[in-house]
Design a protein around this ligand. Structure first.
Ligand SMILES: Cc1cc2nc3c(=O)[nH]c(=O)nc-3n(C[C@H](O)[C@H](O)[C@H](O)COP(=O)(O)O)c2cc1C
Length: 212
């Protein structure tokens, strides 16, 4: 169960860096045992989770599939309007809260400790390996002077794309997941030290299936 913690510590000790330094994730494994049409067939919500953590490799695979870079020019696995990568992915795991940086494929730890239980009211959120919070930042559009309503709608479109990537990856990996619109946004914004321009759009609970 402590595979991710151990791997993070080993990486940090080897790199001689402090706990708050970004953690470089291993290269994502892009070999998929399932075709896209099979993943579409098996995509579903299932709220039954084991308490098993994901390994660092598994977290790497998941985050890359969710919103990683797939081309040398830095563009992502999902399309974004006007090139504005305004939707960040935060991972709540047993050991802390981290922000995913797609460019460097690394995690920046923003809060230590297990805060999974704070991501929702449903009991499984504290048990599943990871809760991914999708965070939209409207300030990235300030230079465009785009109407607020448009920025909001396009932000939700970006979240929707990430959400479906995660659903499909979970189907392919044989994991369970549920995207959630119910959570205490104010409490989480404080914990995550979000600025007023940032808002959590959805939270996606992901984890392995119970053994039996
Ligand atoms: C925007 C959105 C918000 C949702 N919020 C919640 C939620 O707060 N809690 C929950 O258990 N499920 C939530 N769900 C999951 C839906 O209940 C689930 O997708 C729906 O029952 C359809 O099931 P399926 O995903 O297997 O097709 C949400 C789904 C979406 C798309």
């Amino acid at each position: 169960m402590k595979k991710v913690i151990l791997a993070l510590c080993v990486v940090m000790v080897m790199a001689g860096c402090a706990f708050s330094e970004p953690v470089k994730l291993p290269e994502p494994d892009k070999n998929c045992p399932m075709s896209l049409t099979e993943a579409l067939t098996f995509r579903r919500t299932d709220r039954d989770f084991s308490e098993e953590d994901l390994t660092l490799q598994e977290l790497s695979n998941l985050l890359w599939a969710a919103g990683g870079v797939n081309r040398p020019d830095g563009k992502l696995v999902y399309p974004v309007a006007m090139g504005k990568q305004d939707t960040a992915i935060y991972a709540f795991t047993r050991e802390g809260v981290s922000k995913y940086d797609p460019k460097s494929h690394s995690l920046e730890i923003t809060a230590e400790g297990d805060h999974r239980a704070e991501t929702g009211m449903q009991p499984f959120v504290a048990k599943a390996a990871v809760n991914l919070a999708y965070v939209h930042d409207a300030s990235l559009w300030e230079d465009m002077k785009a109407p607020e309503e448009l920025v909001r709608r396009w932000g939700f479109a970006h979240t929707g794309a990430v959400m479906q990537n995660v659903y499909l990856y979970c189907a392919a990996a044989g994991w369970n997941c549920v995207v959630r619109g119910s959570f205490d946004a104010d409490n989480l914004a404080k914990l995550m030290k979000l600025s007023p321009s940032q808002s959590i759009t959805l939270i996606h609970t992901v984890g392995k299936r119970p053994k039996n």
